[in-house]
Design a protein around this ligand. Structure first.
Ligand SMILES: [Zn+2]
Length: 368
């Protein structure tokens, strides 16, 4: 009896082990990042640059956006647009402008965007929230009190934000339209803002054109040295230079590669990254086989320093949302597997997970 009974137990134990193995094998590979972000390896990319709302603060519902992300996009750095395009009846009568190129009426800083982004995030489940990194943008970077706005938003919405930006200093067609003082890279208000963000551990996403529109060919790029000086003044801050300084008509200057490589090679600027978001940027990179090859070589040489983003604004559907990613196809093809993974996904996780950890711990010690 004992021998028989023993054999049965063994049989049952074997069956249990086999079942367990089968169950384990069917669970998809989910890499748990230690700041709570879940990341399936099947996504195409993480998006370091996404606007949920446009220049008149209209956008899409975040739950609809989750559907648009689907299983294509893993994590998203989420923000609005810190500027409101004014609808001036004196200027545009009944035609309400929705974009800064639609009207001569001014733009003004719009702080409520942070509250609407925070409330959209808070309307999600914990699991859904793990896919987003909300960013504070509703401040005026020429105001010494901008740092205080960020502290106030963190206090009002603890546990929500991971970074600041995208905020703008020099931007073609935009900076000159903003009511009040023109933003400057040499403004102490900007240094105070970045010092505070750096102290908290917030990722900083800054839009600053490297040059002015219609610059004389061969002229020194207007803002390259001021931008480098700003970065040098904040070696501890984690800074992403949006669009590596180019724009709709701000073409890559001939020194563009040298400007980027000079920053990458500088031991004091290890915390500076470049996002390649926006279809206006992608157009330069994939313009010719040569431009694509040059950009891919740079990314293969420094795979940790470039980060993909769409810069899409409240897209209506997934096709529109994936447009920039698809535009980069010739570029992706030339990247090494390591560089491709890092630029599309890995750098995002490393940079934003570290910021999440730091900001939560700052909140723990400073807001409780
Ligand atoms: Zn943007």
């Amino acid at each position: 009896m004992n021998v028989q009974f023993h054999k049965w137990n063994l049989q049952i134990a074997r069956i249990v082990v086999i079942c367990l193995a089968l169950i384990l094998l069917s669970i998809p590979v989910i890499a748990q990042s230690d700041s709570g972000g879940t990341q399936s390896n099947d996504y195409l990319f993480n998006d370091s640059h996404f606007h949920l709302t446009n220049y008149v603060q209209e956008g899409i519902d975040i739950h609809d956006f989750l559907t648009i992300m689907g299983n294509k996009v893993g994590r998203v750095a989420l923000f609005g647009i810190p500027l409101q395009q004014q609808w001036s009846y004196r200027v545009d009568a009944d035609r309400g402008p929705t974009y800064y190129l639609n009207s001569d009426a001014p733009l003004y800083y719009y702080s409520f965007t942070d509250a609407s982004i925070a409330m959209a995030y808070k309307s999600l489940s914990k699991e859904e929230q793990a896919r987003f990194d909300p960013m504070i943008t509703g401040f005026n970077p020429t105001d010494m009190y901008a740092a205080d706005h960020i502290r106030r938003v963190l206090r009002t919405f603890p546990g929500v934000f991971t970074g600041i930006g995208e905020f703008t200093i020099h931007k073609e067609f935009v900076s000159a339209k903003i009511s009040g003082e023109v933003a400057s890279l040499q403004d102490q208000a900007l240094d105070r803002l970045i010092d505070f963000a750096s102290e908290v551990g917030l990722v900083i996403l800054i839009h600053n054109d490297v040059d002015v529109p219609f610059a004389k060919p061969g002229a020194t790029p207007a803002y390259a040295s001021q931008m480098k000086a700003l970065l040098k003044r904040h070696p501890k801050a984690t800074i992403i230079w949006a669009h590596f300084g180019v724009g709709r008509i701000i073409r890559p200057v001939k020194e563009q590669g040298a400007i980027v490589e000079d920053i990458i090679k500088d031991p004091d600027l290890k915390n500076v990254y470049f996002d390649i978001s926006w279809d206006e940027v992608a157009k330069y990179i994939v313009a010719t086989p040569e431009s694509t090859k040059n950009a891919a070589e740079m990314a293969n040489r420094y795979p940790d320093r470039f980060i993909f983003g769409t810069d899409e604004v409240a897209p209506a559907n997934q096709e529109t949302y994936l447009k920039v990613y698809n535009q980069y196809e010739p570029f992706w093809k030339l990247l090494s597997p390591e560089a491709s993974e890092k630029v599309r996904k890995g750098n995002y996780v490393r940079i934003f997970d570290e910021a999440r950890r730091k900001v939560r711990s700052w909140e723990e010690t400073h807001l409780k």
